[in-house]
Design a protein. Structure first.
Length: 100
């Protein structure tokens, strides 16, 4: 679970990122989860764009993605979901300390 301070830091880091993945009419399936999982392993922090033709609510889509990839939801803003998961082999992002 991320602290508020860590989420603020990750939102700042994600600001300049372009969406890596798009979720459309088909919604969340195994292929989308696999792509998100691979992207998280490579980048740790990703933006996912939810297209207008997706029938699911963005919150449900985010919940399915975080559960499928075992990642942390950083933010949902409009039709964009920001996810974070530390890489197993290639850690790039150093989060601020928990607590004081």
């Amino acid at each position: 679970m991320l602290t508020g301070k860590q989420k603020r830091y990750l939102r700042k880091e994600a600001h300049s990122l372009k969406p890596i993945l798009q979720v459309g009419k088909g919604g969340i399936n195994e292929n989308v989860i696999k792509q998100a999982d691979d992207a998280l392993e490579a980048h740790e922090l990703i933006k996912v764009s939810v297209l207008q033709n997706n029938m699911e609510e963005n919150e449900n889509t985010a919940e399915q993605l975080t559960a499928g990839t075992k990642s942390n939801l950083v933010q949902i803003i409009g039709n964009t979901i920001i996810l974070y998961r530390p890489s197993r082999n290639n850690r790039q992002i150093e989060l601020p300390e928990r607590g004081r």
